[in-house]
Design a protein around this ligand. Structure first.
Ligand SMILES: Cc1cc2nc3c(=O)[nH]c(=O)nc-3n(C[C@H](O)[C@H](O)[C@H](O)COP(=O)(O)OP(=O)(O)OC[C@H]3O[C@@H](n4cnc5c(N)ncnc54)[C@H](O)[C@@H]3O)c2cc1C
Length: 513
């Protein structure tokens, strides 16, 4: 199965994991002339961005919102191709709607005047503060996104260099703290600060630098890929194959093997070994160090150190299809956030106490309003996501016994949005943190790897070039810059800055289109 064709093995590279970060890494390495083999234990590419089909419904398992599409544009451009020829990306307007239990709602859009009107409608006194928040958000974008995201951060100096600007921008303050200092209405405080939840961070504790996400949305839009993120992952796989790379599915890396101090390849769980002087791990950074390097003495990422990190929250996700509902619930769009009765208290239960609360906030995905291919004609495909504690707390939730009860609670909340849906269910699949642990080998079943706290970011996060071994690199959510599609795709851009061109660059890399 794994015969090597390369005349010169010095140009071989192995990427463990076909998540979006791993696929982007393989594309970047292919463009640099490496002969790349991508390994993944799943039967489809995309990792958390993969999909599962059931009864004619396509369930996009994870990411649904594509922001900052230029990270994909430049990835494709580095491979001599045009992203928009391979992927049908559609801008959404509105971006999403937030609903509160008192019946009030907030529609997020790219247009500033429309947003100001929404703020005025909810709380006229907060317009001035909102405009200040927009400025805060832009300034943080310039420093935090443009200045750091696609830059290598493995040298301490790179992080120290930005500290003066971080001090000016009060990066020590939480994003919730920043929102609270700008607006008085508790609903607006939530609407301006919840974004880090999409990358696994507790808004009460992650740095206010993440206010930059509001600017990203406004400036570059919120998009959806027809065919789901699976279609992006499939397009990435097609580029890799066109570059002469190969993707091997249903295989699991058991250990990274070494020759002296340098990575020399990967041993699979079946015992087979693949040799390459360049190994990139897109497996979770925690799994990479505690499992794939379990027999190596480690300077920094020891088991104890990995264990003592703060992990992002777990996710309870119910994917379901509904029969004959296409025209129903006309006010329910592509993305809805159903805010529960508590915000700060619920966050503390999830992130600090590790307690599964009875109340919840849900993110509801209804891709069938944008992408008819996601469901049989006349039907709908949904998912409802509830942030829950990860499995690393004392007395973690026993999902084997709890999942059905919790699903019933989710059903009750969902009835407010899509009344009667439970009588029309035509497909159903539930993922709990147990599934994240078992499917993606995610430590503690966390949804987004290490939490993006300030002392777990930039230099403090596992580096893209491993400090533990030569020839070993890391991409994906648990490394710099962090989780989310723009983050993991940018981690591969950082990789390309760290790795030289392949020593033996083959004459023809790209198959004719
Ligand atoms: C429900 C949900 C909703 C989200 N929504 C959004 C959103 O709307 N927008 C956004 O930008 N981001 C979103 N995210 C975050 C985003 O999806 C992730 O941060 C990103 O996809 C992670 O990519 P990754 O490259 O780190 O790898 P992963 O997707 O984690 O993939 C890693 C791959 O490695 C494989 N693997 C692991 N260990 C091994 C091994 N030992 N051997 C072989 N293979 C292995 C796994 O099978 C997996 O395929 C969401 C995430 C979730 C879970």
């Amino acid at each position: 199965m794994f015969t090597h064709h390369a005349a010169d093995s010095s140009s071989e590279a192995i990427v463990i994991g076909a998540g979006l970060g791993g696929l982007a890494a393989a594309m970047r390495l292919g463009a640099k002339g490496y002969r790349v083999t991508v390994l993944d234990r799943l039967d489809r590419v995309g990792g958390r961005g993969s999909s599962i089909s059931q009864n004619g419904h396509r369930f996009d398992l994870g990411p649904t919102i594509v922001t900052v599409p230029q990270v994909f544009e430049s990835l494709w451009a580095a491979c001599g191709r045009d992203f928009y020829k391979d992927v049908d990306l559609r801008p959404l307007d509105p971006f999403y709607e937030i609903r509160w239990p008192d019946g009030s709602h907030f529609t997020a859009r790219g247009d500033t005047a429309a947003m100001v009107e929404e703020v005025r409608r909810l709380s006229p006194g907060d317009v001035k503060g909102y405009l200040r928040f927009l400025k805060d958000s832009r300034r943080r974008y310039v420093v935090g996104f443009e200045g750091m995201v696609a830059k290598p951060m493995h040298r301490l100096w790179e992080t120290i260099r930005v500290l003066p600007e971080f001090a000016v921008l009060r990066a020590d303050k939480s994003i919730f703290g920043l929102a609270r200092s700008r607006v008085r209405d508790p609903r607006l405080r939530m609407a301006l600060s919840f974004h880090p939840l999409f990358i696994g961070g507790d808004p009460l504790h992650v740095t206010s630098m993440y206010a930059l996400v509001s600017h990203l949305e406004k400036e570059f839009g919120v998009h959806y890929a027809i065919g789901g993120v699976q279609a992006i992952a499939d397009a990435m796989a097609a580029v890799i194959r066109a570059q002469g790379g190969r993707i091997v599915q249903n295989v699991e890396a058991d250990e990274i093997v070494f020759k002296g101090d340098a990575a020399a390849g990967v041993r699979l769980t079946g015992g087979e070994e693949l040799a390459a002087p360049l190994v990139v791990s897109n497996a979770d950074a925690g799994h990479t160090y505690t499992r794939l390097l379990r027999n190596r003495p480690r300077k920094r990422w020891t088991d104890a150190k990995v264990d003592s990190r703060r992990w992002s929250m777990g996710l309870f996700v119910w994917y379901f299809g509904t029969k004959g509902t296409a025209g129903m619930w006309p006010d329910v769009g592509h993305h809805t956030i159903l805010s529960g009765p508590r915000y700060e208290g619920l966050l503390r239960d999830i992130f600090i106490k590790g307690k599964l609360a009875d109340d919840m906030s849900l993110y509801v995905h209804r891709p069938s309003v944008t992408d008819p291919g996601v469901a049989p004609k006349g039907d709908d495909t949904f998912y409802a996501l509830s942030p829950v504690p990860h499995l690393g707390f004392d007395n973690p939730v026993d999902w084997a016994t709890e999942a059905e009860t919790y699903k019933a609670k989710v059903t009750k909340v969902l009835q407010q949005l899509i009344p009667g849906f439970q009588d029309r269910i035509s497909a159903s699949l539930v993922y709990t943190p147990d599934d994240f642990r078992d499917r993606y080998l995610s430590p503690h079943g966390a949804g987004f790897s290490l939490e993006p706290r300030i002392l777990q970011s930039a230099w403090f996060r596992p580096h893209n070039v491993s400090e533990e071994a030569q020839g070993l690199y890391l991409v994906g959510a648990g490394t710099h810059p962090g989780a989310g599609l723009p983050g993991v795709v940018s981690s591969a851009e950082v990789l390309a800055k760290l790795v030289p061109d392949a020593p033996a660059r083959p004459a023809i890399r790209m198959a004719a289109e």
